[in-house]
Design a protein around this ligand. Structure first.
Ligand code: EPU
Length: 339
């Protein structure tokens, strides 16, 4: 077992914030058997690393790090209207979206360019531009961290909510998702979703009237590239905070002083407001403390301008939370996992 894990490996290439901390022990699992062996033989608690796109590392990781590098995409069944596609946990989410479009399979095009791996997508039910993973999700296979046994989770069992699932709550840390199976539409049966205003505007700008799934994907990529920084150029973890969901009464009070506050309904009697807007209104867009900054085009994203440490980013995030709390009386919470 000792020789399975490498010692003192920098995690900088494995987290999109580009934070340079070390893993005392590191192993990249390329097969399900490798993964089981590493889980069962490494002592104590394990640190499971997927695409590293939703985490902030603030210290050396002393528990054994197991990097999920399981690969493979396959169509497991197909009818005239639908295809069931199984994607291994270590596949990049965006590479999978591109594969789906190249194969004329629909349902994930609105989620183009979301960073991270497919295996971690169910954990926080990734979503963008009016579509969430749960809308195409069929089931996933996951390995128990303690026994190495595989089990299937159905859509219902995952209990998906806004940036939420059972994997973040009741069974947190107990399973590693090894593959995700999605139900995609086939040629002629796609359901184009352009309800999100920004997509309609972008398609118009592109001069497209009857968009195909590839057009929607290109529009989403253009929108994201115009406001979200590319982690390869500027370290970041996408949205750092969740959009707060407020009781209607609180929201209405807020609206009295800020009539232009954007908002979306979130179930009965609740309203979701964009944390990015609140942070922006606090004057923090582009704000910087050393190399830790608030992105200049989308205030919900914190960025590493070069050599920020995890603690620098964490300090900045607390400052942002305080400002929003003081100005609006709203508490915003991180979406990223902090270690
Ligand atoms: N806004 C501002 N200033 C800002 C940022 C936003 O005024 O600096 C305003 C915008 O003008 C808009 C509203 O806030 O009226 C919402 O902004 P946007 O459409 O950019 O979306 P968001 O709510 O900030 C969410 C997701 C994103 C996802 C987009 C598009 C969360 C936490 N974030 O952001 O997801 O791409 O919607 O669907 O729900 C991610 O999770 O990493 C992520 C990028």
């Amino acid at each position: 077992m000792d020789n399975l894990f490498q010692k003192n490996v920098s995690l900088k290439p494995y987290n999109t914030f580009g934070i340079d901390v070390k893993a005392a022990q590191f192993f990249s699992a390329k097969t399900v058997e490798d993964l089981r062996e590493a889980l069962l033989n490494a002592p104590g608690e394990k640190f499971i690393l997927g695409g590293g796109s939703n985490m902030l590392l603030t210290r050396e990781i002393t528990s054994p790090v197991i990097h999920i590098a399981l690969k493979g995409i396959e169509i497991i069944s197909q009818t005239k209207e639908k295809a069931l596609v199984r994607v291994a946990g270590g596949e990049s989410w965006h590479e999978f979206v591109l594969w789906a479009i190249a194969n004329d399979l629909g349902g994930v095009e609105n989620m183009s360019l979301i960073p991270g791996n497919t295996g971690t997508a169910p954990v926080q039910n990734i979503g963008a531009y009016g579509v969430e993973l749960k809308d195409v999700f069929h089931s996933c296979e996951a390995m128990s961290v303690s026994t190495g046994d595989l089990r299937t989770f159905t859509l219902e069992e995952c209990q998906f909510g806004y940036r939420d699932s059972i994997f973040k709550r009741e069974i947190k840390g107990q399973y590693v998702i090894t593959s995700v199976t999605m139900e995609l539409t086939t040629k002629g049966h796609h359901k184009i979703n352009t309800a999100y205003g920004a997509i309609t505007n972008e398609l118009e700008r592109m001069g497209i009237n009857n968009p195909e799934i590839g057009d929607v994907s290109r529009a989403v990529i253009a929108i994201r590239q115009s406001k979200l920084p590319d982690p390869a150029q500027l370290g970041n973890s996408g949205s750092f905070f969740k959009n707060p969901i407020l009781p209607k009464a609180t929201f209405e009070k807020l609206l009295e002083n800020s009539p232009e506050l954007p908002h979306y309904p979130a179930g009965t009697d609740m309203v979701k407001v964009p944390a990015g807007w609140l942070i922006d209104q606090c004057g923090l867009k582009g704000y910087r403390e050393g190399d830790a900054g608030v992105h200049e085009k989308q205030a919900l994203v914190l960025v590493n301008h070069g050599n920020a440490s995890g603690s620098d980013i964490l300090r900045l995030s607390r400052y942002v939370q305080e400002k929003v709390q003081q100005t609006y009386g709203i508490s915003i919470t991180p979406e990223v996992n902090i270690f």
